[in-house]
Design a protein around this ligand. Structure first.
Ligand code: BJW
Ligand code: ZN
Length: 240
């Protein structure tokens, strides 16, 4: 496995345009539960059942209880060695991080050029789209659920991307552009949620060398150039 890590370091040194996609596995060692797999149960709910506009319409308080609970966990977490290594890479010109994570740990590790593909759990927006721009609220727990829009007094929602919702146009366009790169790393994601999962194949079609870092196999495993079958925080420890 040391050979694979050496190979990764050589590739990073030799590449100008590097794009990284991360998922929940990158934050696992920080104590943030993943969505799927062992230990990935979100309070016995499936993400597919709560992270939807229909679930919010049906029971906004239940959905908010889930987010408030997660905000409380994340607030007590610190970035780990994987976040720090990616932050160090981000100081190179030509580097882009596309994260599916809403936890903000990459930003807290000092990463620049972060595309928050699925939004941010620390940002809220009006559920009725009254025109109020999204706002930041880092209180955990929130004093009342659901929190209210400061403009219209209607319910607010987390500014995240739920199933069936589009990726924010500018973010999707920037991620699409970043898939045109020399080296594309997929780290800590199950690669089952689209369109994020499609970025790797797109990068490969455009000629990128592709690498997966994940302790488990994913649907992308068979199509990458090589795999580092390890937890990200171990594979990237001391990497810069
Ligand atoms: C470690 C580790 C360690 C553990 N180190 N690794 C094409 C085909 C099929 C379906 C679709 C398709 N296109 C669209 C769809 C529908 C849908 C979809 O993909 N469904 C699939 C589930 C089948 N996609 C959508 O609906 C998307 N929107 C869309 O397509 O809109 C189209 C549209 C266009 C125009 C108008 C209207 C609509 C939106 C998807 C939004 C996903 N949202 C969530 C919730 C975000 C907010 C929140 O956090 O609550 O995003 S769901 C959830 O899954 C979250 C994650 O970002 C996302 C991905 O999960 P991730 O990060 O990969 O985590 P896990 O838990 O799955 O995996 C963890 C991995 O880590 C595992 O592999 C472990 O092995 C590994 N690991 N420890 C490294 N230490
Ligand atoms: Zn409003």
């Amino acid at each position: 496995m040391d050979d694979a890590i050496d190979r990764l370091h050589r590739l990073i040194d030799a590449s100008t345009r590097i794009t990284v996609v991360t998922g929940a596995g990158v934050s696992a060692a920080s104590g943030v539960p993943t969505f799927r797999g062992a230990g990935g149960l979100w309070r016995s709910f499936r993400a597919e059942d709560l992270a939807t506009p229909a679930a919010f319409r049906r029971d906004p308080r239940l959905v908010w209880e889930w987010y408030d609970w997660r905000r409380g966990i994340i607030a007590a977490c610190e970035p780990n060695a994987a976040h720090r290594a990616i932050a160090a890479w981000s100081r190179r010109p030509g580097f882009t991080l596309i994260t599916q994570n809403v936890d903000g740990l990459h930003e807290r590790a000092g990463t620049s050029n972060v595309l928050r593909y699925h939004g941010s759990i620390w940002h809220l927006r009006c559920a009725t789209d009254c025109g109020q721009p999204e706002w930041e609220d880092r209180r955990a727990p929130l004093p009342a659920l659901p929190p209210l829009c400061p403009s219209c007094g209607g319910p607010a929602r987390p500014s995240v991307v739920w199933f069936g919702e589009p990726i924010e146009r500018a973010v999707a366009a920037a991620a699409d552009a970043a898939s045109d790169c020399d080296l594309f790393l997929s780290i800590g994601t199950s690669s089952v949620v689209y369109p994020a999962a499609g970025l790797l194949a797109q990068a490969r079609r455009r000629g990128a060398t592709t690498v997966e870092i994940n302790p488990d196999a994913t649907p992308s495993t068979s199509s990458v150039d090589f795999v580092i079958r390890m937890p990200a925080e171990e594979a990237l420890r001391g990497s810069s």
